[in-house]
Structure formats: C-alpha cells, structure tokens
Design a protein around this ligand. Sequence first.
Ligand SMILES: Nc1ncnc2c1ncn2[C@@H]1O[C@H](COP(=O)(O)OP(=O)(O)OP(=O)(O)O)[C@@H](O)[C@H]1O
Ligand SMILES: [Mg+2]
Length: 312
Amino acid sequence: MSEYIIELDKLTKKFGDFTAVNEVSFSVRPGEIIGYLGPNGSGKTTTMRMLLGLLRPTFGSARVLGFDIERDSEQIRPLVGYMSQKFALYEDLTVLENMQFYAGVYGLGDSASRERINTVLELIGLTEHSRAMASDMSGGWRQRLALGIALVHQPRLLFLDEPTSGVDPSARREFWDLIYTLAEQGTTIFVSTHYMDEAEHCGRVGIMFRGRLMAMDTPDALKQTYLPGKAWDIDADDLLPALEALEQTPGITQAGLLGDRLHAITDGDAHDAASLQAALVERGVADAQVAEADPTLEDVFVALAGHGAAQE
Ligand SMILES: Nc1ncnc2c1ncn2[C@@H]1O[C@H](COP(=O)(O)OP(=O)(O)OP(=O)(O)O)[C@@H](O)[C@H]1O
Ligand SMILES: [Mg+2]
C-alpha cells in the first residue's frame, strides 16, 4: 500500500455542463489534519462524497486507504467515519440510543459496542447526558453526538463536512479540541470549513475556489508563498474614504474591510508604516492609524481567488 491514506488524481465531477470539482489532485499522509477551505458552492462536499464512494467521478481517480473509490467503495465505507454537513440524528431517541443504533448499523457485537460507546461518550463529553433526548439538545451537543456516531466503529480516517457551522464560538473551540485529541490518537482527519480561523488550526489547508484546488500547504507556507509582502491593520474615523485611498496607493496588492478596521497587503518591501501613513495623508485621510499585522488565511484566500477569477 502506498504511504498515502488519501490520493486524488485529477478528480473531477460535472453536473451537466457545470464542473463542481475540477481536476483536483492531492495526497494525505496518515495522521494529518487537512482543512478543506472554500466558500459556498466551491466543491468541498462534492469532493468528499466522491472520496466516500457516494458519488461517481466524471473523470480522474482517487484512492482512499489504498482502495479505488469507484471499484472498491464497499471496502472503504466501513473503514472511514463521515459526519455529513446535513447529519441526521434520530430526534426521538436518546444520545445512547442513537449511538446504539449506529453501532448496530456497523455490525458491532453487543459487548464490543457497549465498550466502544462508553469510550466515545467519554471522549465527546456526553457520558452524563446519555439519556438526553436528541430533540432537546443544543447545537454544540448535537454536533458532538454526530461526531460520536461517526466514530463508533473506530475509523482510521474521518471526513468532517463543515462540522462546526452554526454552533457558537465556545462550542467550536471544544469541537476543535476533540479533533486534536482524535488526531493525537492516530486518526487522519479531513475537515471542510469556511471559517478561516479554523483552517489556521490544520496541519495543511487546501483552498477551493469554483471547483479548483488553488493551493494546499501548511498555513505558514501558504502565507509565505502567496503573500510575499506585509500585512497592515488600518483604523480611521471614516473607513470608506480610507479604503479608497488605499486602493489608489501604489504598492498595495489588496485592501478590504476586516471587522471594524481595514486590512491591507503590501507588495514586498514597498511600504513601511510611515510611508503608508504618508500615502494616506496625501490622499486626504489625515487621521489613519497604521499598524503591521499578521497575515491571515483570509488574505491568502483573497489573493488566490483574485488569481483564480482572473484565469477564467
Ligand atoms: N447533485 C447536484 N446536481 C447539480 N449541481 C450540484 C449537485 N450537487 C452539487 N451541485 C453544485 O455543485 C457546486 C458545488 O457544490 P458543493 O456542495 O460541493 O459545494 P460546497 O463547497 O460543499 O458548498 P457549501 O459550503 O455550501 O457546503 C454547487 O454549485 C452546487 O450547486
Ligand atoms: Mg458543502
């Protein structure tokens, strides 16, 4: 078997004339946490569903755990866990009953399943709540139960499709702690998200844009490769004129709103704080405060999306 746990070679899915996943190639080693970042409709779920053998590729190929996704999909499914974007819980069953149901689906025997369910309940922090009805649970708990269900058969590889969408920030953090714990225990994790901050936590991140994988690397390497300048935070009383001024300033490759301030990327050594400040004053923005900032994956995404859109 190859050293890779997932291997895609120009994997492509067309729906009619529309190409949802366009010649995507990458490889994943055992134990990695791979983030799959992209906006709505960029092809994340479609990629996952092909890798799970739930959707046939139009072209290209992929292997998961050494098995061909088309020929051997029956062998892949029992070995991987999948938390789908629209996971379904049995609302009129308790936490424990939901887990028991899925343990049955995976053919775990009674005693094996009892032991495994206890371990998983402990891991997801729902041991004390095993009798709670699914229908009564908060978003964060539901997400954890859905993860527990995906883990009940002890998969070596876990596909999580936007597992934290719609849950509050503290539940998101707890969920990511769980992802780390699983990775430390040796599970390989492929997780899609559209939260840039979550992608920062991944070992490597693939950036999807309109069906294409624009890049895949560690967060630091992505920033070094695609943002060869500096990042700046700029505050001003009136942000829109300041943004216009930035857009007219030579040496700025991208600028936009970030929360309640502006964020800009400069080309190479084109600017320091003083020269940026001077450029803003020259364009009528006298009160701007300029501070060097850390580049973010959002910046990388904007740079790559601009590049991708220009190619089309
Ligand atoms: N069965 C289908 N038939 C036709 N088009 C489809 C089908 N499934 C997905 N698509 C289209 O393919 C594109 C990619 O969809 P996909 O669900 O993979 O995106 P995504 O990155 O998971 O988005 P989201 O963040 O919203 O979940 C979208 O434009 C979607 O409308
Ligand atoms: Mg999706």
